[in-house]
Ligand binder design. Structure first.
Ligand code: GUN
Length: 283
């Protein structure tokens, strides 16, 4: 058996087309342009590339993007002040602080200064709390939301399925486990201290791997017919590879996401979707 590839590029292209239409309609009906601000601190080359990609995505759908560049030597207070200015700016509907921040900055404190209704990453405790409790209508982190959309694109029913999430980060593992529970999956969380990881992954109908360890999951750890979502982005010389050994896993899985071209493009498309949602809240 060879897995069907879940094509994140194609899925994200369709999402962008739909967003473009809605953004155009908003401009026609209200005369308003949706604005996303990205705060980029320091000069991490990978972050600069990601931010350029986000700007290009915005351009394609007609969202105005601005990048607030700050020197690596900025203090936590400086970044908080920049975020507060954006909170007060009516032309900015979504705010994102690009991670990782330079060492010494208090990422958690900075996130908490973002107006939760403009928090397109969904990292503010108000949004995390709403997602956890099921109360209200939170901004949901982009990668987890994109993952659920990718699983939905398969014909595998999430209700009653056994989902195994490898990785317990605030960015991916924890929120995706909540979303999968919301979809009525039974969720097992695995992490770096899990004993006999393979014993768990082999029982997964849906396997989400977000551990940041290249080749952690090999084909023998995958259940026949499973949906395998690889969130990993690890450098291998000039290449980017996932946490899943694609070739061996694709022989057993029913569906699998490639790296690159899987979760990454979907995350970027959902960021645009979240920005549109933020506009609807505070536009
Ligand atoms: N750096 C890598 N991924 C992300 C993300 O999803 N959001 C932000 N703000 N920074 C990132």
């Amino acid at each position: 058996m060879s897995a069907v590839i879940i094509d994140g590029r194609e899925m994200s292209r369709k999402i962008r087309i739909s967003i473009r239409r809605r953004v155009d309609l908003i401009r026609k009906q209200t005369g308003k342009t949706i604005g996303l601000a990205v705060v980029l601190v320091g000069d991490d080359p990978a972050s600069a590339i990601y931010v350029r990609g986000k700007q290009r995505d915005c351009e394609k759908v007609g969202i105005a993007s601005s990048v607030i560049r700050m020197p690596a030597a900025s203090g936590t207070r400086d970044v908080e002040a920049a975020v507060r200015e954006l909170n007060a700016d009516a032309s900015i509907h979504g705010i994102l602080v690009q991670f990782p921040l330079p060492a010494g900055l208090d990422s958690n404190a900075i996130i908490q200064t973002i107006d939760p209704t403009k928090d397109v990453d969904g990292f503010h405790v108000v949004n995390c709390g709403m997602l956890l409790s099921g109360v209200g209508n939170p901004m949901i982190p982009c990668t987890p939301l994109g993952i659920v959309e990718m699983i939905r694109s398969t014909d595998r029913d999430m209700t009653g399925s056994h989902a195994v999430v490898v990785g317990r980060s605030n960015l991916v593992g924890k929120p995706v486990s909540l979303l999968l529970q919301r979809e009525n999956a039974t969720v097992t969380m695995c992490h770096s201290r899990t004993v006999d990881l393979a014993e768990h992954t082999r029982r997964a109908d849906i396997l989400v791997v977000a551990a940041g360890r290249r080749g952690l999951v090999t084909g023998d750890m995958v259940k026949h017919g499973a949906v395998v979502i690889d969130v990993g982005m690890n450098r291998d010389g000039d290449r980017v590879v996932g946490d899943v050994d694609f070739d061996s896993a694709a022989k057993r899985a029913g569906w699998i996401t490639p790296v690159p071209g899987g979760v990454g493009p979907m995350t970027r498309a959902i960021l645009l979707q979240n920005t549109l949602q933020a506009f609807k809240r505070n536009g």
